[in-house]
Design a protein around this ligand. Structure first.
Ligand SMILES: C[S@@+](CC[C@H](N)C(=O)[O-])C[C@H]1O[C@@H](n2cnc3c(N)ncnc32)[C@H](O)[C@@H]1O
Length: 272
């Protein structure tokens, strides 16, 4: 039965509006409900010393790059592991191994969705074992255990041979002088790694007079030539759609611009 046949027009419009609002409310994600996506609320509840900016960045990065195999050094109470595992669950893919000989994880295991495993051994020695557990090269590594030059430098060197060709390495507490110096020394030697810079600028200055914490710095493996276009093709093929040619003819094509402002050469030709 159509409501505008039984109700006066203004009333039927009002009923439709209420219905639309209710639908929007029901469909809106409940970000604190671990049984439903999107679970971004985990960044506010996870037991981590990371600042909210850093947690949001970590969650968004994992949502964005969708790692299949991830490693974390320094688990402590499982806060950053929880954020990564929940982002993976939202992605519908990914497994994480955390290395920490002194972790005190009290988070109920169901909240990791079977995506997280703890290796209670020290890094960097345990990195090969973690990679073995994951069954392949690392798409993502988070380094956040001991914030001293020698440890961070040794970990970067140890993790490098296990990184996937398009992998990312994220370092927490890159504001720290020792961490910074280790990253710089590593970058000076590793010509297969590119610096993506500091992507969360939120220093924690009060802990210690000599050492400050906070900041997220991202490194990534130098992508092979032609990698972006190969990715574009992969996605079209996976969607079983024809791959558009990437010739200069369509470099000036934009659906809105061609329709509303100026048609590109390809659009002009097809309109004739
Ligand atoms: C800063 S906390 C990790 C915080 C965690 N990433 C978070 O945000 O929830 C540092 C952790 O590093 C661990 N740790 C110390 N030495 C380590 C080592 N050699 N390898 C791995 N973890 C280590 C400590 O046990 C501690 O739990």
């Amino acid at each position: 039965m159509r409501i505008n046949r039984v109700l006066p027009k203004p009333l039927s419009r009002f009923v439709r509006w209420v219905y639309r609002c209710l639908c929007q409310r029901i469909e809106r994600p409940d970000v604190y409900n671990s049984r439903r996506p999107e679970r971004v609320g985990v960044v506010y509840t996870a037991p981590s010393d990371m600042r909210i900016e850093d947690r949001l960045f970590l969650y968004a990065l994992v949502r964005g790059i969708k790692p299949q195999r991830a490693l974390e050094t320094g688990v402590l109470r499982g806060g950053s592991s929880l954020i990564i595992a929940n982002a993976m669950e939202d992605n519908g893919t990914g497994r994480l191994v955390g290395i920490d000989p002194g972790a005190l994880v009290q988070v109920p295991s169901r909240l990791f969705f079977g995506r997280f495993e703890l290796l209670a051994e020290p890094s960097p020695q345990a990195i090969p074992r973690a990679v073995e557990l994951l069954g392949g090269p690392l798409d993502f590594a988070l380094i956040d255990d001991i914030h001293i030059y020698s440890q961070v430098y040794a970990e970067l060197k140890a993790v490098l041979p296990f990184m996937a060709a398009e992998g990312y390495i994220l370092l927490h507490d890159a504001f720290n002088y020792g961490v910074h110096a280790a990253i710089e020394a590593f970058l000076a030697e590793a010509d297969t790694v590119r610096d993506c810079g500091i992507l969360s600028v939120s220093p924690q200055l009060q802990h210690d007079p000599w050492a400050a914490y906070g900041w997220m710095r991202l490194l990534r493996m130098l992508p092979p030539a032609g990698y972006v276009l190969r990715k574009v093709h992969e996605f079209y093929l996976a969607a079983q759609m024809p791959v558009p040619p990437s010739d200069p003819d369509i470099w000036d094509h934009d659906a809105w611009y061609c329709r509303s402002v100026k048609a590109c050469p390809r659009c002009r030709r097809t309109a004739q």
